[in-house]
Design a protein around this ligand. Structure first.
Ligand SMILES: Cc1cc2nc3c(=O)[nH]c(=O)nc-3n(C[C@H](O)[C@H](O)[C@H](O)COP(=O)(O)OP(=O)(O)OC[C@H]3O[C@@H](n4cnc5c(N)ncnc54)[C@H](O)[C@@H]3O)c2cc1C
Length: 398
C-alpha cells in the first residue's frame, strides 16, 4: 500500500494550498482529487480580492478589475459605491486552482486526479483511505489526513464532526451581451430574485462579458427557478436585455463554521469546515488563510516527531481566534436579515444612504473582512443603532 506523511483529499484552493505549503517544507504529501480536470466544473463567480489573488500565487490572468458597484433594495432603491482603488478581481477560477496545484506539484507533492475517496478508516494511529480511479480501487495510508473536499465533505461525514448550520444553493451563468459599467458590479436583493441572500451581475471585462447568478438558503427551493425570475426582473433587464448565457454554474455553500475542525490527526480546511464568509458566500480567502496555518501546524507536528503537546490544536485555536468571531457576527446578522420585512429593509437602506456613511464604506470596505466596517457605519449613522435595537426587540416578540 502507498504510504505518505500527509494525504490531502480535494484539489480546490484549500487542498491545493495545503499540499503546496507542505511539499515546500519537504513533507511527503499526496493529494487526491476526484475530478479529471482541476477546477471543473466551475462552482464559483470568480470574484476575489487583490489580497486573495496574491495569496493564491498570482498565477492566473486577471480578467477584470472591480472598483465599486450598485446595490439594489427589494423595491429598487439603489446605493452606488465607487472607489478609485481596485477592490476585487474577476478571475477564471479553474485557472486559479490549476495555478496553485501546479505549484504544489513543482514543490514535490504527488497529485492524483480522477481519484475519488470512498472510504477512510483509522487503524494503529494511521489513516487508511480507499479511492476509486479509472484503473480500479486503490489504497493509501498516512499519518495526517486533510479534508479539503469542499461542501458536503466526505471526510467530515466519515468522522465525528458537526454539521454546518446553514446551506446556500447557488445557480448562475457566464455569458456575453451585457450592458454594464466595466468596473462595477450589480447586487440585487429581495424575495423575488434571491430571498435570504442576493443576486449578482459581475462584468467580466470588455465586450459585455458577464457573470450572473444568485444564492438562496436551501430551505427556499430550487435556485434555478429564481434565476429565471432574475433574468426577467426589471433591474436585470436594464443591464442584460441582450445577454446570452454561454455556460451555467451551480453549487452549494455551507455556512457557519464547524465547532471543531480537527479530530486527532485529521483536519478540515476551507468549505469542508464551512469557512466561507456568511455575508458574501466568498470562500477562497478563508480557505487559503486556513490552509497556510494548517500546513504550518502539520509541519511543526511532524518535525516534533508527532509528539507535539497540542496535536493540531494550534490550527483549531487559529480558526477560533481569526475566523470564528467574524463568522459568528455575520451569522447573527444573517439571522436578523432573514427575518426583516421589506419595509424594514427599505428603511435600513434609506438610513445607510448618507454621503458620510457611503464614504466610509468606500474607504474601508474590504470584501475579505466585510464586518469590519460596521462600527464605523453605526458611528456615522447612529439612527442605524436605534433602528437595530427596535428591530431586535420586535423580532423577540415576533
Ligand atoms: C455559485 C457560487 C459562487 C461562488 N462565488 C465565489 C466567489 O466569487 N468568490 C469566492 O471567494 N468564493 C465563491 N464561492 C465559494 C467558493 O467557490 C468556495 O468557497 C471555494 O471553492 C472553497 O474552496 P475549497 O478548496 O474549500 O473547496 P472546493 O473548491 O469545493 O474544492 C473541493 C475539491 O474536493 C474535491 N472532492 C470532493 N469530494 C472528494 C472525494 N471524495 N475525493 C476526492 N476529491 C473530492 C472536489 O472535486 C473539489 O475539487 C462560490 C460558491 C458558489 C456555489
Amino acid at each position: 500500500m502507498e504510504e505518505h506523511d500527509v494525504v490531502v483529499v480535494g484539489g480546490g484552493p484549500a487542498g491545493g494550498e495545503t499540499a503546496r505549503l507542505l511539499a515546500e517544507k519537504g513533507i511527503d504529501t499526496l493529494l487526491l482529487e476526484r475530478g479529471d480536470r482541476i477546477g471543473e466544473p466551475i462552482q464559483c463567480a470568480g470574484l476575489i480580492s487583490p489580497r486573495t489573488y496574491e495569496l493564491g500565487g498570482s498565477s492566473c490572468k486577471i480578467l477584470n478589475r472591480i472598483k465599486g458597484g450598485t446595490i439594489y433594495s427589494p423595491r429598487g432603491q439603489s446605493i452606488r459605491l465607487y472607489s478609485n482603488k481596485e477592490k476585487a478581481y474577476v478571475i477564471d477560477r479553474a485557472e486559479f486552482d490549476r495555478g496553485i496545484l501546479n505549484k504544489a506539484k513543482a514543490a514535490g507533492a504527488v497529485l492524483k486526479t480522477g481519484a475519488r475517496v470512498v472510504e477512510v478508516k483509522q487503524a494503529n494511529n494511521r489513516y487508511v483511505l480507499k479511492y476509486v480511479t479509472k484503473d480500479g480501487e486503490k489504497q493509501c495510508g498516512c499519518n495526517y489526513l486533510v479534508g479539503a473536499d469542499g461542501s458536503g465533505s466526505f471526510i467530515r461525514k466519515a468522522f465525528d464532526f458537526s454539521t454546518p448550520p446553514e446551506t446556500l444553493l447557488g445557480y448562475g451563468s457566464h455569458g456575453h451581451g451585457a450592458d454594464i459599467p466595466k468596473d462595477e458590479l450589480i447586487i440585487i436583493t429581495g424575495e423575488q430574485v434571491a430571498p435570504g441572500f442576493f443576486a449578482w451581475i459581475i462584468p467580466e471585462g470588455e465586450d459585455g462579458g458577464a457573470r450572473v447568478g444568485l444564492c438562496i438558503p436551501s430551505t427556499k427551493g430550487a435556485p434555478v427557478s429564481y434565476y429565471r425570475k432574475l433574468m426577467l426582473h426589471p433591474i436585470t433587464q436594464k443591464y442584460l436585455a441582450d445577454y446570452k448565457a454561454d455556460k451555467f454554474i451551480a453549487g452549494k455553500i455551507e455556512l457557519g463554521l464547524l465547532d471543531r475542525c480537527i479530530s486527532e490527526r485529521c483536519a478540515l480546511v476551507g468549505d469542508s469546515g464551512a469557512m466561507a464568509k456568511p455575508v458574501s458566500g466568498g470562500g477562497v480567502y478563508p480557505a487559503l488563510v486556513a490552509a497556510k496555518e494548517l500546513a504550518t501546524n502539520i509541519f511543526e507536528e511532524i518535525e516534533a516527531k508527532h509528539s507535539g503537546q497540542n496535536g493540531l490544536e494550534n490550527y483549531q485555536s487559529f480558526i477560533d481566534r481569526k475566523l470564528r468571531p467574524n463568522i459568528s457576527r455575520a451569522m447573527s446578522g444573517r439571522k436578523i436579515y432573514q427575518k426583516l420585512t421589506i419595509e424594514e429593509i427599505e428603511q435600513a437602506f434609506s438610513i445607510v444612504k448618507k454621503e458620510r456613511v457611503l464614504d466610509h464604506i468606500v474607504k474601508k470596505g474590504d470584501i475579505d473582512n466585510p464586518m469590519d466596517i460596521i462600527p464605523g457605519v453605526i458611528l456615522r449613522a447612529p439612527k442605524l443603532a436605534s433602528f437595530g435595537l427596535s428591530i431586535l426587540s420586535s423580532l423577540i416578540k415576533r
